[in-house]
Design a protein around this ligand. Structure first.
Ligand code: CMC
Length: 453
């Protein structure tokens, strides 16, 4: 039997719960998004709200990125993603997300200069790379290296120190990412050069070798610029929420961002771009039988999902995927690459989008569906795809880390739970515990190992 009724009014909502009526304030955002403020609910009613996976919970107010999932709108600080992808440079978007406005001409030059000057990493960090196996996934290397920056660069206290560490992080992350790649293929690390732009330096460190002159491929540079802009922020996604949560404990910038990198790695999040290519290859090797894979997603006996499809927020289309689909054709043509995986991706999209299962659930290609095909065409290996996502997402994570830190009345993130375990029970001495434990006594006990007391 229902115990509560919620009535909404213009600037407050009324909740009737256990015959008690309470009024809840309503917060409306600048794009008319509406949130019922339940922060006092427990003290007023004794109850909490339950929203597994936070699908319907606003964890903060934020002025950084706006998404309208129904309309397919994505804006950073008010600027449409289409305009930014067409016109901006990635460092400009970093500035925009972090400082809240576009840089002036002078600020743009100064910001780029600082990003270039701080690109080198402490030489001792090369010893950390040596300690990792060459088979390490570059995401684990990147996460470890970003966390390690805290050991080399002092903790951030004053606004100036924080700003310096933000620049260091943005500048050094691409060096660390390229070193992670070089380590994985056993080539010497290549150093950045001060006369190169942000993206050119990344290309140089990834693709050049000491014994050969290197000319930056401008098609690749432009495509990387676009890809990084498209990934730069996406409001309260899994990794950004992780960064904000870790940051809310007072953890420093580098540690907080490193935790975001770990969250991003999962195949349901940033790891999907690698998973998409692996899936497309599987479909190709299996005779390009699209319907078989679409059918597999529907089967109750299979937990197979079309990677690069679906989104928690976008229920019409993902604007980033649209831009990338167009870019994929152009880039592959300019590079003279004929990749059968692009055709497979397009055919799979057609078959899936015509299928009632995908129509009913509003499942569309997301940003990860076409990004992998682009990275492949540029010669970036599959296990580096999620690293590319992380490099692009850095300014968003930084902006959110700063925003939560500076928010008035900010508190440590600490959700509640509904406990479903045992109620209180009596202690059982060790010699009485065999009964009822599947398999008898615990393994260590049977092996005669000392207990850990
Ligand atoms: N293929 C087949 N079915 C799917 C898919 C998919 N890719 N995604 C969702 N569904 C189904 C899901 O099984 C569920 O069906 P039912 O209602 O019958 O149980 C329904 O659609 C709703 O899905 P959901 O799992 O409740 O959606 P979610 O909001 O919890 O998850 C998602 C969103 C992105 C994790 C999910 O769509 C997914 O796993 N997609 C594949 C992985 C992927 O491409 N991730 C990249 C996301 S975009 C980049 C980023 O922000 O990280």
């Amino acid at each position: 039997m229902a115990r509560g009724i919620l009535h909404s009014m213009s600037n407050s909502a009324k909740l009737i719960f256990d015959d008690k009526e309470i009024e809840l304030p309503v917060t409306v955002g600048s794009e008319a998004e509406t949130g019922i403020d339940i922060s006092k609910l427990r003290s007023q009613t004794g109850a909490i709200t339950l929203d597994p996976s936070f699908a319907n919970t606003g964890a903060c107010e934020s002025a950084i990125t706006y998404i309208d999932g129904e309309q397919g709108i994505l804006r950073y600080r008010g600027y449409d993603i289409e305009e930014l992808a067409a016109n901006a440079s990635f460092p400009e978007v970093c500035f925009l997300l972090i400082y809240g406005r576009l840089p002036t001409a002078e600020e743009r030059v100064d910001f780029r200069r600082r990003l270039t000057r701080h690109s080198l990493v402490h030489e001792d960090m090369k010893l950390l790379f040596e300690g990792l196996p060459s088979t390490a996934h570059p995401m684990v290397t990147l996460s470890a290296m970003i966390a390690s920056l805290s050991a080399y660069y002092p903790d951030d206290e004053t606004p100036e120190e924080i700003d310096q560490n933000i620049i260091r992080l943005l500048a050094k992350a691409k060096t660390l990412a390229a070193f992670a790649y070089k380590k994985s293929i056993g080539q010497p690390f290549m150093y950045p050069q001060n006369d190169r732009t942000y993206i050119e330096n990344f290309q140089l460190m990834m693709f050049s070798v000491p014994c050969e002159p290197y000319e930056v491929n401008q098609v690749v540079r432009r495509a990387l610029n676009k890809l990084m802009i498209l990934h730069a922020d996406h409001e309260q996604n899994c990794s950004t929420t992780t960064v904000r949560t870790v940051g809310s404990s007072g953890a420093n910038l580098f540690s907080s961002i490193s935790s975001g990198i770990s969250a991003l790695w999962g195949p349901l999040h940033g790891g999907a771009n690698q998973a998409v290519i692996e899936m497309l290859e599987m479909i190709q090797n299996d005779g390009a039988n699209y319907q078989k894979y679409v059918d597999m997603t529907k089967s109750k006996d299979s937990d197979f999902k079309l990677m690069g499809f679906g989104h928690r927020v976008y229920k019409n289309f993902d604007p980033r995927a649209r831009i990338l689909k167009e870019a994929a054709d152009e880039v592959l043509e300019s590079l003279g690459v004929d990749d059968p995986l692009l055709d497979i991706a397009k055919r799979l999209e057609e078959v899936a989008l015509a299928d009632p299962y995908f129509i009913e659930r509003k499942l569309y290609p997301n940003v990860d569906f076409y990004s992998g095909v682009l990275y492949r065409a540029m010669g970036i290996p599959t296990n580096m795809f999620t690293v590319m996502f992380a490099l692009g997402r850095l300014p968003g994570w930084i902006a959110h880390w700063l925003e939560q830190r500076d928010a008035p009345g900010t508190r440590i993130s600490r959700p509640r739970q509904i406990y479903t375990g045992e109620t209180v029970r009596d202690w059982v001495p060790l010699d009485k515990r065999a009964e009822g434990i599947p398999g008898g006594l615990n393994h260590e006990y049977q092996m005669g190992l000392p207990d850990d007391n």
